[in-house]
Design a protein around this ligand. Structure first.
Ligand SMILES: Nc1nc2c(ncn2[C@@H]2O[C@H](COP(=O)(O)OP(=O)(O)OP(=O)(O)O)[C@@H](O)[C@H]2O)c(=O)[nH]1
Ligand SMILES: [Mg+2]
Ligand SMILES: [Zn+2]
Length: 310
């Protein structure tokens, strides 16, 4: 049987949708007891994984996955159900688009910063889409602009959009063009709505945000990759409530904050944690406003979480 190469476009845990190099789709299963990347992963095969497979039943278009190729990168989080486990959201991506809304639902800076740190740890570029600008009042627009200033200054591209009205969607297309992009964010921020707007053939399910809770209702249940234009792949994902960092011990967290990374070597102590040490460049820059207070507070909360786990 000849082995072929493909990419996982959907993973439900028991079945995997595989796309071969010609663009044909198959239902795949893991062959036998497969060696996993790690025993602590809730999903051994993630969307974006490159795999080898052999045909099982050509009529039914089913295949057996024989190997998972090493991952170039991945976005990972603690499993919401069991925090000792990790859940790979997607692998081998070119960039991530973080869908943020300042209202309905409101995305916190803590959430944004955790996601950014996670992406930084694999040097995955992130663009931040600020969606639903069509419903924002002046106060909300001002707050959005404040956030955009903070993140642009750190080096992240930010774009105000409306998936509903179509505002700035041409720019979104340009950003996605020719790349493989993970779209992530809270439930109800409009990830699936955006993909429908870019590619109406998709017909993805979307649902209104609960007015009472001001939160999304978790409409998308599995991550799935779609080809929305030639060579342009987008991964729609289920909304994330909290983004638990996983496996961040190897390097200090401050290395994943670009604006803190540039302070490296400028603090009095070479191993400064930027918390209580004297003559700390990071603290100095927070005091002068060069580093945003919200970013620094996110940093402190991430340090605290790390300590709690030890
Ligand atoms: N006013 C406004 N509403 C939007 C916009 N984008 C999405 N929505 C609405 O927000 C609600 C949630 O949209 P979805 O696309 O289902 O959100 P999602 O991020 O895919 O949510 P999950 O699948 O649960 O993670 C829907 O009622 C959309 O119509 C927008 O730009 N403006
Ligand atoms: Mg969705
Ligand atoms: Zn310092």
């Amino acid at each position: 049987m000849t082995e072929q190469q493909g990419i996982i476009v959907r993973s439900t845990g028991s079945w995997y949708d595989v796309r071969d190099q010609q663009g044909n789709y198959y239902k795949g299963r893991l062959r036998g007891k497969h060696k996993l990347h790690s025993e602590k992963e809730t999903n051994p095969v993630a969307v974006g994984d490159f795999v080898s497979f052999v045909m099982e039943n050509p009529d039914k278009k089913t295949v057996l996955i024989t190997a998972i190729l090493p991952r170039e990168n991945y976005i990972i989080r603690k499993s919401p159900r069991n925090t000792a486990f990790k859940h790979v959201i997607a692998a081998n991506i070119d960039q991530a688009a973080l869908m943020v809304t300042v209202a309905l639902p409101r995305t916190s800076t803590g959430f944004i910063d955790r996601f950014l740190v996670s992406a930084e740890s694999f040097r995955i570029p992130v663009v931040i889409f600020f969606n639903k600008v069509d419903i924002l009042d002046q106060g909300a627009l001002d707050y959005q602009q404040e956030l955009m200033n903070i993140y642009q200054k750190v080096g992240y591209s930010c774009l105000a959009i409306s998936a509903l009205s179509g505002y700035n969607l041409q720019k979104v297309r340009e950003i996605l063009q020719g790349r493989k992009t993970l779209v992530a964010g809270h439930s109800g921020t409009g990830k699936s709505t955006l993909l429908n707007a870019l590619c109406p053939d998709l017909h993805l399910r979307t649902l209104p945000v609960s007015e009472f809770a001001q939160k999304g209702v978790h409409t998308t249940t599995f991550a799935e990759m779609y080809e929305i234009a030639p060579e342009t792949f987008v991964i729609d994902t289920p909304g994330i409530k909290e983004f638990g960092l996983y496996d961040m011990e190897n390097e200090p967290i401050s290395h994943y904050f670009p604006e803190m990374r540039t302070c490296f070597g400028l603090c009095h102590y070479y191993n400064c944690t930027h918390v209580h040490e004297p003559d700390c460049e990071v603290i100095r820059r927070v005091q002068t406003g060069q580093i945003a207070m919200s970013r620094y507070l996110s940093y402190l909360s991430m340090l605290e979480n790390e300590d709690n786990r030890r």
